[in-house]
Design a protein around this ligand. Structure first.
Ligand code: ADP
Ligand code: MG
Length: 700
């Protein structure tokens, strides 16, 4: 057998060639053999089982039949043109239909021939049929071949058009294993493979593509999942250990007179026990000599902003600069306004920097940042730009950044020769396993206590036909002097359509409530208009705010007591919880009304009832993770990971993740530099993964 190195360009594989290789690369990012072998199937079908036509019904997933081709004809014209075949076995007859590639398929098929037909039965009127089935001539050889599970791969339209469908990919991979001797080396340290009796990497990868049995497939999946989680943890923990060793932190020797003065004289309210505890912990970190990297979790409204401010004041009191970064301009502006007011008596210099800061103002900010007379800078991602240079940045707060991963934080470290302390604040309670991965290098604090006097928000789910009741209720609250949010989701393909939906909602509301002034905010407005509308609402000049989710994060209008969420079924639970957190900020009883149409699935009903039943962000986050499943969660979380996950699933593989993290800790305790000979392959793999990641970010 020919030897083939894993990093060989796939164009050299027999049957691929340069054209297909290019397609693989462009469509799936697959460049070498290693990439192709790491392109795991997303599902498997048992190809040993055959059904008869009489047994079929439309609830079945993919099925396999042995049947004879009886008729074959094209029907319809133009875009409706399709190829229809009748097949029959001893139990009955049914139709097959193709909408694409008619000519090609017609030429391939032969009347009277027996085929293995494979596809998903669907109901079409009173008839069952299968659209675009796979057809294979029935003969002795392929009957023998069909002994096990067939793997299915995701491909793109472009690839299918060039006959690179799931089956073709499967065939190519089988061929590679058959024709070449591959150097698929072990990557996990020997103590790990022994501990878990894992399949070798070579074996696991071959099994995952061509499973001989469900049991072996299970073993292979387990091993490959573990491996992914292991290297993610290894990367995170190794970097954070290195960082701890290399970088001494900035030391704040005292809480400082600035903080003490604020604390004694200007606090707008007594801090909760949880707030005090967190500030104390952070201060302890900051004088320990180590650089702090801390995640602060606290439900919406738990009072994280004042914690960030207190820490910033300690920083400034020690002669350093601080900055607070928010995800949206609205939120940054609001932080800026409330914080400037709070610190006014202290006489420190606070500025706002966002994408729309004017050049003249920007010049002043740049200058005062560099000469050190600007003490506290509040802003958006604009703070991250390289041209933003501090004289001596000591403390960074990152507010509400669900996607602010390890790599982005690293950019902040370089803002000073000694990296600043970093506090990441989030109101999206992250289940523990996720936190370990996305924020795996951070210490965690939790504010588990709401400020006193908060009444739990009463939440209701209303169907659209109860709209009159909704309006009556809104009117009641407005008469009491309260204000109301109405939020619309982004649902259409086009942003313009969404905005039109929002406008329609706005028109309805202005007609229904002629006595009220109504504000409207959405992403397409320019910043000045957005801010003006927010300001008007905050000042109670308008009573109703109609908006998209731009108001989701952090906006604070204590007099608003009702949050109406239209098409609530379109939102994830965490997002609903965030939105709900916009009300219940004052002393008044607040309400959240979830509107939906009557026809919603059972799952959706369940999700909405969790919102109705619970006000606890942690409970909701766990429920969300369970209900939404991996897809969505991975989508939002993936960007925070050092490497992409191909097989492990953060929602369901929590146990395995904990094990992997524990094993990595132990490994690094014994051999922090991965210097031992038995750890060399493991180190090499880590470097490879990092290099691949690097290449990707160069391209994208
Ligand atoms: P979040 O944690 O969601 O960012 P905020 O910092 O915006 O919460 O605080 C929510 C509201 O609670 C604000 O109006 C804030 O002034 C108020 N608040 C914060 N801490 C306290 C406290 N200890 N006592 C009373 N009110 C507080
Ligand atoms: Mg906040």
């Amino acid at each position: 057998m020919a030897m083939m190195l894993i990093n060989t360009d796939i164009k050299f594989v027999t049957g691929i060639g340069p054209t297909k290789a290019k397609l693989f690369n462009e469509e799936l990012g697959i460049a070498d053999i290693g990439d192709l072998l790491s392109y795991f199937p997303y599902k498997y079908i048992d190809r040993t089982k055959f059904y008869t036509i009489a047994e079929l019904n439309e609830t079945m997933p993919y099925v396999q039949l042995k049947a004879q081709l009886r008729t074959l004809e094209t029907r319809g014209t133009g875009r409706k043109e399709r190829l229809v075949a009748t097949i029959a076995d001893e139990t009955g007859a049914m139709e097959l239909v193709w909408f694409k590639g008619l000519k090609y398929i017609k030429n391939q098929l032969k009347l009277g021939q027996w085929y293995i037909v494979f596809g998903k039965p669907t109901r079409f009127g009173s008839m069952l049929n299968i659209a675009h089935p796979e057809m294979e001539v029935l003969n002795q050889t392929n009957m023998e071949k069909l002994t096990g599970w067939q793997a299915f791969y995701i491909t793109t339209e472009k690839m299918k058009a060039r006959h690179l469908d799931s089956k073709a990919i499967g065939r190519l991979i089988t061929q590679i294993f058959q024709n070449y001797e591959l150097n698929i080396d072990e990557t996990l340290p020997p103590e790990i493979t022994e501990k878990y009796h894992f399949l070798s990497r070579h074996r696991a990868i071959s099994v995952i593509h061509q499973p001989p049995s469900p049991q072996l497939l299970q073993e292979a999946r387990q091993r490959l999942k573990y491996e992914e989680l292991f290297f993610i943890q290894l990367d995170i923990l190794r970097k954070s250990r290195n960082q701890r060793r290399h970088f001494r932190g900035i030391t704040f020797s005292t809480a400082g007179t600035l903080f003490n003065q604020f604390y004694a004289q200007h606090l707008p309210f007594p801090l909760t026990g949880a707030q005090k505890r967190v500030i104390r912990t952070i201060f302890d970190d900051c004088r320990s000599g180590r650089q702090m990297n801390r995640l602060l979790q606290g439900d919406v409204g738990s009072g994280k902003t004042i914690v960030a401010l207190c820490c910033s004041l300690i920083t400034i009191g020690n002669g350093y600069q601080a900055c607070i970064m928010a995800p949206t301009e609205i939120l940054a502006t609001q932080h800026y306004e409330s914080i400037s007011k709070l610190v006014e008596p202290l006489g420190i210099n606070v500025k706002l920097l966002t994408g729309s800061t004017k050049q003249s103002q920007r010049t002043i900010i740049d200058e005062t940042l560099r000469n050190g007379t600007l003490n506290l800078l509040i802003g958006t991602h604009a703070l991250l730009e390289d041209k933003v240079q501090f004289k001596n940045l000591g403390f960074v707060t990152i507010d509400e950044q669900h996607r602010f991963g390890v790599a982005q934080r690293a950019r902040l470290w370089s803002k000073n020769t000694t990296p600043p302390h970093i506090l990441v604040m989030t109101a999206t309670p992250i289940p523990r396993t996720l936190a370990m991965t996305i924020y795996g290098d951070l210490d965690v604090s939790i504010i588990d206590e709401l400020p006193p006097g908060r009444k739990p928000i009463a939440t209701y789910h209303l169907f659209d036909n109860k709209r009159e009741e909704l309006y009556r209720f809104m009117r009641q609250e407005i008469t009491k002097g309260r204000q109301i949010y109405i939020v619309y989701p982004l649902i259409q393909e086009s942003e313009n359509l969404d905005i039109r939906n929002l406008m329609d909602g706005y028109d309805t509301i202005t007609k229904q409530f002629p006595e009220c002034k109504v504000s409207m905010v959405h992403g397409k407005l320019n910043t000045a208009t957005k801010e003006e509308e927010m300001r008007k609402f905050a000042a109670n000049e308008t009573q109703i705010m109609v908006a998209t989710t731009v108001i989701e994060v952090g906006v604070n209008v204590p007099n608003a007591s009702v949050m109406v969420i239209e098409n609530a079924d379109r939102f994830g639970l965490s997002q609903l919880h965030q939105l709900r957190g916009r009300v219940g900020r004052g002393a008044e009883q607040s309400y959240c009304i979830l509107m939906s149409k009557h026809e919603i699935s059972n799952d959706t009903r369940k999700r909405l009832s969790i919102m109705v039943d619970s006000n606890d962000g942690f409970v909701i986050a766990e429920a969300d993770l369970k209900l939404r499943g991996p897809g969505d969660i991975d989508g939002t979380m993936q960007s925070g990971l050092p490497f992409e996950l191909r097989i492990a699933n953060l929602a369901t593989d929590g146990e395995l993740l904990s094990q992997a993290r524990h094993d990595v800790e132990q490994l690094l305790d014994n051999d922090e530099q991965l210097a031992l000979p038995e750890h060399q392959l493991c180190l090499l793999r880590l470097q490879q993964l990092n290099k691949k990641k690097q290449n990707w970010s160069d391209i994208s």
